[in-house]
Design a binder for this molecule. Structure first.
Ligand code: PMV
Length: 357
């Protein structure tokens, strides 16, 4: 039973998919047409979320980076769904209190850096903790999936898989950890930020348009499960060469399907193409794979490499991007963690986000 006197604060991090989720068989329940596999990233990019249960506000309220949103109203579909998911959690607990949620990203929102994935993981973890529901990570992932599909993978550290599932109600569509970061600690991600703007086509619209109009997509969906199996094998054996091939080809396949959609969607820009070229040249020059690029729904790159090779990969990216290069080296994250009361984002007097100096 929720006590709700103190806020609960959770920090979560984005994940980058090596085999990507693209296209849904059910867009209301966020059920994918293929399983996906990702790396949860270290804390350089993170989302912090505080949840308070209280009778002192009238409606469930969410602040994202200081901006206030009312939950559960039909006006904005996204907030409507978040409201419904939180209602469901409250029903499980039996509380009649309202929920005040304050969330902040330390990086741009909606720029294809998986802010919604980290946000969903932090929100569901914090809400379930605040309500005292004791959900295990697998159950939390099922709930987080309803808020942001890819967010269900951010509930686990290291490498995670989201099983597509077959059931119409989504009960078998959840994520679980494949390997903790200790399995292959050498693996790191260089995030190359080339554009901080919002993506022109939301992922929601992208999933739907691609599934509905791309012919290539049917091929992708037919081969995605086999690709996941091969990636799992590569991860098991810490086989960088195979992992790199599968990762780059899966990213290329997703973006090819986007271009094949009608009207076409192009998430990449000239700098993304420069990064792809630089990675292929580097791998060719070494006579073996030292790096692999992958792009989510935006032009910013994730370049997967090893600690041993990170410096030379960074140098190659700087060479190709010049002054525009904004690079960040991230290790693997350990999944969401609960923070202390001092790190709460809620001003308890005014029931608003704490002011930052
Ligand atoms: O979870 P969504 O609806 O934001 O979709 C994310 C899709 C990709 O980031 C492009 C791929 C993935 O699996 O994370």
């Amino acid at each position: 039973m929720a006590t709700g006197n103190e806020p609960t604060t959770v920090l979560a991090t984005p994940n980058i998919a090596l085999v990507k989720y693209w296209g849904r068989r059910d867009s209301r329940l966020n059920l994918p047409t293929n399983s996906s596999i990702s790396i949860t990233l270290g804390e350089g990019l993170s989302t912090r979320t505080s949840v308070l249960l209280t009778n002192r506000i009238r409606n469930d309220t969410l602040y994202i980076n200081g901006e206030r949103h009312r939950l559960g109203t039909a006006k904005d579909e996204k907030f409507f769904y978040i409201g419904r998911v939180l209602d469901e959690l409250k029903r499980m607990d039996g509380t009649k209190k309202r929920m005040l949620v304050v969330t902040e990203n330390n990086y741009p929102t909606g720029a294809g850096l998986a802010s919604s994935a980290a946000g969903a993981a932090a929100l569901i973890h914090a809400a379930s903790e605040a309500l005292g529901l004791n959900l295990d990570a697998k159950e939390m992932s099922r709930v987080a999936r309803l808020v942001s599909g890819s967010g269900c993978r951010s509930l686990f550290g290291g490498f995670a898989i989201w099983h597509m599932g077959k059931e119409a109600d989504g009960r078998d569509s959840y994520a679980e950890q494949l390997y903790a970061p200790e399995h292959w600690p050498d693996i790191v991600d260089i995030v190359a930020i080339v554009d901080r703007g919002r993506k022109p086509v939301s992922t929601s619209e992208g999933h739907e348009r691609t599934r509905a109009s791309s012919n290539l997509y049917k091929y992708r969906a037919d081969h995605a499960e086999e690709r996941s199996m091969r990636l799992m094998d590569a991860l098991k054996h810490r086989d960088f060469e195979s992992m790199a091939h599968i990762t780059m080809r899966d990213s290329n396949s997703m973006h090819a399907c986007c271009l094949d959609s009608y009207p076409p969607i192009n998430y990449l820009n000239d700098d993304s193409v420069r990064i792809m070229r630089a990675v292929h040249m580097l791998n060719d020059a070494h006579g073996e794979m030292v790096a692999a690029y992958t792009f989510d729904a935006g032009p910013n790159a994730h370049v997967i490499t090893t600690r041993r090779n990170a410096e030379r990969v960074m140098a190659a990216l700087k060479d190709s991007l010049g002054k525009r290069a904004e690079l960040m080296l991230l290790g693997q994250g350990s999944g969401p963690r609960i923070l202390g009361a001092k790190e709460s984002l809620i001003d308890m007097e005014r029931l608003r986000p704490v002011a930052h100096e």
